[in-house]
Design a protein around this ligand. Structure first.
Ligand code: AKG
Length: 318
């Protein structure tokens, strides 16, 4: 079999690569232009209206306004499984180019090959919660600490509307901190909170729409409640070194060193395990619909009192 090689641009300088390796994050402003942002916004509504055939979001009546279909949704998980627009963004040349330079820049022998395994489309309407401290490798383990989030701001992200907060350099030790339930359901959704680390270096990452924030899967981060009166839309795609197995959602009896989920999208360089084939993703997305006022009485319930924990656990949130 002839191995396909995916060529991508190399937009970063050596200083930016070094900054990412040292600090565990990198902000690139102006990556996504106004037309692409508009395309993502329109597609978000299309997904929420159930206009792509899928198991979890049924078509909504046309009479509902865009605001009515969006305002109950915190996050749509795996939109690229059903939407060609979201899949196109997963393969965005500038983003994948940057990923080909930083994802596993901490490793010898790496040739820039990268694959994607997850997308999350945060809608985060006014009043909706953020997510408490966590490290994404808790949810999506790699074999070489190469998990990376590419967090694209569709709206300006500010402290007021619930931007990302990070602890620079917290990825360096390569330790996954323990997690426990938190006691602040007004501020954070039902996902557990990491604890046992020094928080005092925490910084907000306020960015303009169209910026991309890259962060390593061991970097401690959180987001806060949206206290503004506008949506805070963000598309976060997760990627990793294509050479690492993806021992995710282990099946009973499976050995962590051998497991390798193949619902992936190769986005740069080569897929070293192409001979294993790819698994087709389910025609489905998952919804996170947590909201502060209902969560105050039950942290696992959305504003309609439904228990969301199972749906999100199935998604292995990153
Ligand atoms: O943007 C957010 O609200 C949370 C994003 C996040 O924690 C993640 O992508 O892992």
């Amino acid at each position: 079999m002839v191995q396909e090689w995916i060529d991508v641009p190399k937009p970063l300088g050596q200083e930016q690569v070094k900054f990412f390796v040292e600090n565990g994050y990198l902000v690139l402003p102006g990556v996504i232009g106004p037309d692409e942002l508009e395309e993502l916004k329109v597609d978000t509504v299309r997904i929420a209206r159930g206009q792509y055939a899928n198991e979890n979001i049924k078509p909504m009546p046309d009479a509902l306004s865009d605001d009515q279909v969006l305002r109950n949704i915190l996050c749509i998980h795996q939109p690229h499984y059903i939407s060609p627009t979201m899949l196109k963004h997963v393969k965005h040349p500038q983003i994948c180019g940057a990923l080909s330079q930083i994802t596993a820049a901490h490793l010898p022998y790496w040739d820039g090959s990268v694959k994607c395994m997850q997308s999350m489309l945060f809608v985060k309407p006014p009043g909706f919660q953020g997510q408490a401290w966590h490290q994404d490798e808790i949810y999506i383990p790699t074999r070489d600490r190469s998990l990376i989030g590419a967090w694209t701001a569709i709206d300006d992200a500010t402290i007021e509307n619930g931007c990302l907060w990070i602890v620079p350099e917290s990825h360096k030790m390569g330790y996954l901190y323990p997690q426990k339930d938190h006691d602040n359901p007004d501020e954070f959704d039902f996902a557990q909170e990491s604890y046992g680390f020094e928080q005092k270096g925490e910084i907000p990452v306020e960015v303009k729409a169209g910026s991309v924030v890259f962060f390593n899967g061991y970097l401690l981060h959180r987001s806060r409640k949206n206290r503004s009166n506008i949506y805070r839309r963000v598309l976060v795609n997760h990627y990793m070194n294509a050479y690492s197995h993806l021992p995710w959602n282990l099946k009973p009896g499976e050995h962590v060193a051998m497991a390798d989920r193949r619902v992936i999208v190769p986005v740069s360089g080569k897929d070293p395990y192409a001979w294993k084939g790819l698994e087709q993703p389910p025609k489905s997305v998952w919804l996170r619909t947590c909201k502060a006022n209902a969560a105050a009485t039950d942290p696992k319930a959305d504003h309609q009192g439904r228990d969301n924990s199972k749906r999100v656990e199935e998604t292995a949130k990153g």
